[in-house]
Design a binder for this molecule. Structure first.
Ligand SMILES: Cc1cc2nc3c(=O)[nH]c(=O)nc-3n(C[C@H](O)[C@H](O)[C@H](O)COP(=O)(O)O)c2cc1C
Length: 353
């Protein structure tokens, strides 16, 4: 009996299995609007059997986009464009989820295949914001430090984007606080040098994320799960680390967060990552065991047996996979087959399995 292909219930939702499509930027939107690419990309992975499909980092404000080609949820036209996609994912058996994001000092950069580093203001780029006026590296723009009014706007932008995500038909909202983007920039002492109440000690650095999560929970209904993606460690001496992630997870749970999606890195170019199969799984295990909250494990989990073992060992409740799903939209159905379970598939394709 596979545990990976057991349903997973949270609040009023049930995922048909525990293999989830990790959020992945497609750099294929115009004016923040998802289009046919997103429908086919996300829709085919629902058809392919995933338990939930998490749409890419979707900006809560125009200045929060990583690139000019990012999707957004800062206006109602974007919510309408997402509605068709969320409905298709839902109709094909997967839970539609969206990652709400603000890139902070890593905003206004080229899509990977269009260039490197900062997009200049004349070519569609913009002024970027951060906790402190420290650039990520020489290729990235020097950010403006947010003042209190700017921080309040960030909190409200997340709240309004969550409201639109709900209107669009998404059933899980994930707050992106990982990979060196704005909320992670506030968490880490390497990027947050503020001396006001949003910086300094752990409480100060965690304040913005806790405010954002509380604001999202205000509009995200009790019947639906709320997830947070964290980078468990910066992989830099003196940076954000696993102990702080555990403490943060303990504080997020009472605010109505249902799962921590545990990733790592992305904050500082000095990072030295020990990459290998399942290299972030031990972080998910620690957060789950020590903070008593459900976790998702992600990162080089690429075979059915490996994903099964993560859940069977109690390291995590869910497995998120990224690149495996890029190579194979049917990764979940193939994993089921490999584990001797009936592949999740729509009736139109039944005869194929
Ligand atoms: C093309 C691509 C785009 C990505 N975009 C995002 C993103 O929007 N948000 C995010 O949290 N992670 C993003 N990631 C990271 C993945 O979600 C995932 O954490 C990472 O690829 C490790 O998992 P994997 O080894 O299964 O691919 C992206 C990864 C890839 C390959």
């Amino acid at each position: 009996m596979s545990v990976l292909f057991q349903p997973f219930a949270q609040r009023s939702l049930t995922l048909r299995n525990r293999l989830v499509v990790s959020p992945m930027c497609q750099y294929s939107a115009r004016d923040g609007l998802p289009g046919d690419w997103h429908l086919v990309h996300l829709g085919s992975r629902a058809v392919g059997g995933a338990g939930a499909v998490v749409a890419e980092a979707t900006a809560v404000s125009p200045e929060g986009r990583i690139s000019p080609e990012d999707t957004g949820l800062w206006n109602d036209a974007q919510a309408e464009a997402w509605a068709r996609i969320a409905a298709f994912v839902r109709a094909n058996g997967a839970v539609p989820a969206v990652q709400l994001a603000h890139a902070g000092r890593k905003a206004s950069t080229y899509a990977p295949w269009l260039g490197r580093g900062a997009v200049p203001p004349g070519e569609g780029g913009w002024t970027v914001v951060a906790p402190s006026a420290l650039a990520y590296d020489d290729l990235h723009p020097r950010p403006q430090a947010l003042d209190e009014a700017g921080i309040a706007k960030v909190v409200d932008d997340f709240r309004q984007a969550a409201r639109r995500a709900l209107a669009a038909g998404f059933e899980i909202a994930e707050v992106h606080a990982a990979h060196g983007y704005l909320l992670h920039q506030f968490l880490s002492p390497l990027s947050n040098r503020r001396e006001d109440r949003y910086g300094g000690d752990f409480d100060g650095r965690a304040r913005l994320l806790l405010e954002v999560v509380a604001a999202v929970r205000e509009v995200w209904p009790d019947r639906l799960p709320l997830w947070v993606r964290l980078s468990a460690t910066d992989w830099v001496e003196g940076g954000w680390d696993v102990d702080q992630s555990v403490e943060l997870a303990r504080r997020l749970a009472p605010l109505g967060v249902d799962l921590i999606d545990v990733s790592s890195g992305g904050l500082d170019p000095a990072q030295r990552i020990e990459v290998g199969p399942g290299y972030q799984v031990p972080f998910a295990r620690r957060v789950r065991a020590e903070a008593g909250i459900a976790t998702g494990a992600v990162g080089l989990i690429e075979t059915a047996q490996q994903a099964e073992a993560v859940v069977a060992a109690g390291d995590a409740d869910l497995v998120l996979a990224g690149r495996a799903f890029l190579r194979d939209p049917y990764f979940a159905a193939h994993a089921a087959q490999a584990l001797g379970v009936e592949p999740p598939t729509p009736p139109q394709y039944l005869r194929g399995w």
